[in-house]
Write a protein that binds this ligand. Structure first.
Ligand SMILES: [Cu+2]
Length: 242
């Protein structure tokens, strides 16, 4: 506050100085003696035109100086390095298409990586980044269990990272042969697609968003992974539909 008041005072004094200078200059031109009246009016008109031109030039210079001073005052007096905007992310428009509301009975598969702990599953080994969710985050990743032929959504609970839930192939009751590197898709499948459809993907889910509604389809063991973090973090799980 104190700093802003000091800046405002400085800017106002700057404006005053510039204004006084402009007025003095204008008066000097206005009051300076005109050349003796002559019948040769073209010559007199020429002199007055030169004088006017000079006056306008100084007005232009003053205008520029005032604009510069205003600019300096505006940036110098602002409260922060972000031009005074207290919320540098505040200009992001709200999402015009919020995630559709989830129908009752819809299963939610949670997705998260940044605060997630991997789980070493006895059958499928290390799983990370996916879990059965009842609407909130589960910090320890899981092998996911879904009811067959039922609606589901994938929800990204991460705060800063997008993820996908992409189908990578079939597992079995006794294990999973995860591909050595990500071999799925990151392209969003249409709503109501069965998740074990070849190349199924939720598409990139931004932090805090929910996927389209999909269907768990027939019973089976399905390997899933994230297009962005399968290779780098081993973000993967098995979804068991029964
Ligand atoms: Cu990911």
């Amino acid at each position: 506050m104190k700093r802003n008041r000091r800046c405002a005072g400085l800017a106002s004094r700057l404006f005053q100085r510039l204004w006084i200078w402009l007025v003095k200059r204008a008066r000097r031109y206005a009051l300076s003696p005109l050349p003796p009246t002559t019948t040769e009016s073209p010559s007199l008109e020429r002199i007055n035109l030169v004088r006017l031109d000079k006056l306008f030039t100084s007005i232009r210079i003053t205008g520029l100086a005032l604009a510069t001073a205003a600019g300096i005052a505006a940036t110098g007096c602002s409260g922060s390095a972000y031009g005074g905007n207290p919320n540098p992310y505040g200009s992001i428009a709200p999402n015009p298409n919020p995630s559709p509301s989830v129908a009752p009975g819809t299963q939610t598969v949670g997705v998260n990586l940044s605060t997630e702990t991997p789980t070493i599953d006895a059958t499928y080994g290390r799983v990370l980044g996916y879990f059965n969710s009842a609407g909130s985050i589960v910090p320890a990743s899981q092998v996911v269990h879904l009811t067959a032929a039922t609606n589901l959504v994938f929800e990204n609970f991460d705060t800063g990272i997008p993820h996908t839930a992409s189908f990578l192939g079939n597992a079995s009751a006794s294990g999973a042969s995860f591909p050595p590197s990500f071999n799925g898709s990151a392209t969003q499948s249409p709503a109501n697609t069965v998740i074990s459809t070849s190349n199924f993907s939720s598409g990139a889910l931004n932090p805090g968003t929910t996927s389209l509604q999909y269907n768990s389809g027939p019973p089976g063991f399905y390997m899933f992974g994230c297009a962005f973090h399968y290779d780098s973090n081993g973000m993967r799980t098995v979804i068991i539909v029964q």
